[in-house]
Design a protein around this ligand. Structure first.
Ligand SMILES: Nc1ncnc2c1ncn2[C@@H]1O[C@H](COP(=O)(O)OP(=O)(O)O)[C@@H](O)[C@H]1O
Ligand SMILES: [Mg+2]
Length: 375
């Protein structure tokens, strides 16, 4: 993999290990930036900054990130070269094997890359919307009809809300006008709710298993769908909610109100989980997400673990390494401020890895990679 004028990196070439790659060094040296470059190759955009041109090294005109993906979908030995270039004032250019994409969306999903970063904590701490979006995002990656239904449903909710606001502003109330919206929303809501329930029924056991292995069974956690409407009763619920809808000028019931409850023991994780316990939960959640996708899409995503080792005890970190070593996971990138902690854990778990020292002056390989290159 190669980086040219990408964020703080002028020119970096990394001979990657197919298993684990460690970027080790002090804060602010550019470890996360290397992970972000991998994110660019997989997702055609950075994880952090949505404005591409701000990822060009200060004072330069363009950046280039390039890498080779080894495909492990059973189609034999094959590598794809992917390059992403951004020049000031120009359209982003993404190429696969020398050929430019006309639509970036055609690239997304081909080489799944999943980032696990400290900002993930919002998934536990914020309101229901982030968890609903998370669930919808995971399902949408392998179930396109679900995404279509979800978008149709959201559009209908907006239209219905506009109507409710119109009623309020004009001091009228005409239930008959709500009915056509309700009629179209009900089948979509029923189907979305059923799909979400099915997803969680499949996902939860995967999550439980990974979580148990990370904390060695010391904590019991769980997750469940929180919804106010029973299946088969959306039509009835919409009618019953009309008084509330009228008063609050918006649609107060439906699958746009669902949440996923995270628990530790019998209590909400948000209030009763320590920082380390919350971090373990998130880690298990993301790893389970990776496994779930791998199973549904038939391809193991590349995993980017950014600074996740703070506040995680040595036992859990060790268990994590053993989990990653399992064949269910693909290539991994890890950043850490401690130069020795991760390499020591990896040696103990007998996981092949490559490591680099990242400093203000550049990126220097520490261990010879045992094998060559993806991406
Ligand atoms: N476009 C850019 N040009 C130059 N430096 C940048 C650019 N974007 C970010 N940086 C620098 O990158 C550094 C942060 O790198 P980062 O990868 O987050 O460090 P860490 O090693 O702590 O993960 C900061 O010093 C920041 O100023
Ligand atoms: Mg960082």
């Amino acid at each position: 993999m190669q980086l040219l004028d990408f964020k703080n990196h002028e020119e970096v070439e990394l001979d990657l290990c197919p298993q684990v790659n460690c970027l080790l060094g002090d804060n602010g040296t550019g470890k996360t930036n290397v992970l972000d470059a991998v994110h660019y190759l997989g997702n055609a955009k950075g994880y952090f900054n949505p404005i591409d041109s701000q990822n060009i090294r200060h004072g330069r005109e363009a950046f280039l990130v390039e890498g080779a993906f080894a495909l492990d979908d059973g189609a034999g030995e094959q590598t794809d070269r992917v390059a992403c270039a951004v020049a000031k004032g120009q359209k982003k250019l993404l190429k696969r094997n020398g050929k430019a994409y006309s639509k970036l969306a055609d690239h997304v999903g081909r080489y799944p890359v999943v980032m696990i970063a400290p900002a993930d904590a919002e998934l536990i701490l914020d309101g229901s919307e982030v968890r609903r979006k998370w669930m919808d995002m995971v399902i949408s990656q392998y179930d396109r009809p679900y995404l279509d239904r979800l978008m149709q449903y959201q559009h209908l909710v907006q239209q219905r809300n506009n109507l409710l606001r119109f009623f309020a502003e004009n001091r009228v109330w005409d239930e008959g006008q709500l009915e056509p919206w309700d009629e179209r929303m009900v089948p979509l809501a029923e189907s979305i709710a059923a799909e979400r329930a099915r997803f969680l029924a499949e996902f939860t056991p995967e999550f439980d298993r990974i979580h148990t292995s990370l904390c060695k069974g010391r904590e019991s956690v769980g997750m469940s769908l929180s919804t106010k409407v029973k299946s088969g009763e959306f039509g009835k619920a919409l009618v019953e909610a009309r008084e509330d809808d009228r008063r609050l000028r918006r649609s107060t019931v439906g699958v746009h109100k669902d949440d996923v409850l995270f628990r530790i023991g019998d209590h909400p994780l948000k209030r009763f989980g320590s920082q380390g316990q919350q971090k373990t939960f998130l880690l298990a959640l993301r790893l389970a997400q990776v496994e779930h996708l791998a199973r549904r899409v038939g391809r193991r995503p590349i995993l980017l673990l950014d600074d996740i080792f703070d506040k995680i005890d040595a036992h859990r970190a060790g268990a994590l390494m053993s989990t990653l070593a399992g064949e269910r996971f693909g290539q991994v990138f890890i950043s850490d401020t401690d130069p020795e902690r991760i390499p020591a854990l990896l040696r103990d778990a007998e996981v092949p890895f490559a490591a680099w020292h990242v400093t203000q002056d550049g990126v220097v390989a520490i261990t010879e990679p045992s094998n060559t290159s993806t991406p």
